[in-house]
Design a protein around this ligand. Structure first.
Ligand SMILES: [Zn+2]
Length: 430
């Protein structure tokens, strides 16, 4: 197997540094984004599934190139897609996921107890979706306010009695709310900070809306887990920023917010829940967990530009191994099909150049996706029954974060001797 030589590695670095003098700027500090974190090539938007009637039409591809800011070390993508295009017609309803609703219920229980919230408090959630979280707040008789730009999901929240503003959140809306006498005693932002193109406007708004002794909790995927677990397929166009604790803390500080606690969560392959308060008036004690995790990140090199350069060669190695495996099995005449059609699968398949010669088709339980084609690769999406009919030798599990659940669901495929391929962190056959 060909490994990258030291010279090639050095050239990659030289290229990265040579292009450092021009080009895109950091969405947080305005610093240069000349240094590459990982370049996944040209890719379509990962949720733009192709219906049969459009399969011969032109498709839009955008660069999927994550870079590290030389000023603040925030890993990020340039925004090629407007927030309007992503969020205004959102098709994802949080309440469809039982585990996510349960996650929200436990969060509310914890926060109400820990921060002593009652009927005189105000809980605000940013990207409140269909009210999956705030309905637990309303049930407890605590005033709640959702902010959700997608009108169709906001309507569902209102129908459940959750007051919801249909707007994008930022400094302007926060200022208007405060002028109207509303400030947040608890402000929740789950899985939204990574997706906002104007990061400073968003975090600036949090700084304004938070009450003097209010607490903001922010859940966002953890860069350390992405790197450790080689989760390069969680990089996609709508996911603009990739935070380490060190980079997130810098952003919060710039907007007058102090990070006083942090929790590691299993959601989305490994997330952090940041707890922040106003630096000037907050009264929450500083947890030692913040400095412990910051020290762990520094040990792993997340405090230097150099420390971010080792990721790309590992991603290449993972791609080559997966392709070598698939090609070898196809040469032996084995049949390989996929399971699932998640957004992350599309990053993986497009970056690896996998087409129907290697992966015949994939199956998905979502009827909306059946009969459609994966963006870019145009691999067909079928009903899960297709696996029984065709009895493939291997099943590639694209939503690897759910692998235990899927392998249990598909245990009947063992009858004809099917084996499962897990692509991430590196190709593994189960
Ligand atoms: Zn920066």
């Amino acid at each position: 197997m060909d490994m990258p030589t030291i010279q090639e590695d050095a050239l990659d670095r030289a290229d990265a540094v040579a292009s450092a003098n021009s080009g895109p700027r950091c969405r947080f500090c305005g610093g240069s984004l000349g240094v590459s974190f990982v370049d996944l090539g040209m890719s379509p938007l990962c949720e733009s599934y192709v219906p049969a009637e459009s399969v011969n039409a032109v498709e839009a591809f955008y660069p999927l190139h994550a870079r590290v800011c030389e000023g603040c070390l925030l890993v990020q993508l340039e925004a090629f897609v407007s927030a309007d295009a992503i969020f205004s017609e959102y098709a994802y309803f949080s309440s469809f996921s039982d585990s996510w609703v349960e996650h929200a219920r436990r969060y509310v229980e914890m926060a109400v107890g820990r921060f002593g919230l009652d009927e005189t408090s105000l809980v605000v959630e940013l990207a409140s979706n269909d009210g999956y979280l705030l309905k637990h707040v309303v049930e407890r008789g605590i005033p709640a306010l959702g902010v959700e730009p997608a009108a169709n999901v906001a309507e569902v929240a209102r129908a459940q009695g959750v007051e919801t503003i249909v707007e994008f959140f930022g400094v302007e809306l926060a200022t208007r709310l405060v002028a109207g006498g509303r400030r947040a005693d608890l402000l929740a932002a789950n899985n939204v900070m990574a997706h906002v193109p104007d990061l400073n406007d968003f975090v600036g708004g949090i700084g304004i809306l938070l009450a003097d002794r209010g607490v903001a909790t922010i859940e966002v995927p953890h860069l350390l887990r992405l790197v450790e677990q080689n989760q390069f397929d969680t990089i996609y166009h709508e996911h603009f920023s990739y935070f380490s604790l060190l980079s997130a803390r810098r952003v919060l500080q710039a907007h007058g917010l102090e990070l006083f606690d942090v929790e590691e969560l299993k959601s989305h392959g490994g997330s952090l829940r940041y707890y922040a308060q106003r630096a000037d008036t907050g009264t929450q004690p500083l947890s030692p967990r913040v400095e412990e995790l910051a020290a762990r990140e520094r040990n792993l090199g997340f405090d230097t530009l150099e420390g971010h350069l080792a990721f790309a060669p590992r991603v290449h190695e993972t791609k080559w191994r997966l392709l070598e495996f698939l090609i070898a099995k196809r040469r032996e005449g084995k049949r390989i099909c996929g399971y699932g059609a998640p957004g992350k699968g599309n990053t993986l398949l497009n970056f690896c150049g996998i087409r129907t010669d290697l992966l015949e088709y994939t199956v998905d339980r979502n009827p909306y996706k059946q009969g459609m084609f994966l963006p870019g690769t145009h691999i067909p999406i079928k009903h899960p029954d297709a696996l029984e009919q065709d009895q493939p030798d291997y099943i590639l599990i694209l939503p690897w974060n759910l692998k235990e659940e899927i392998i249990t669901q598909l245990s009947h495929t063992r009858e004809w001797g099917a084996q499962f391929i897990i692509p991430i962190p590196e190709v593994q056959v189960v």
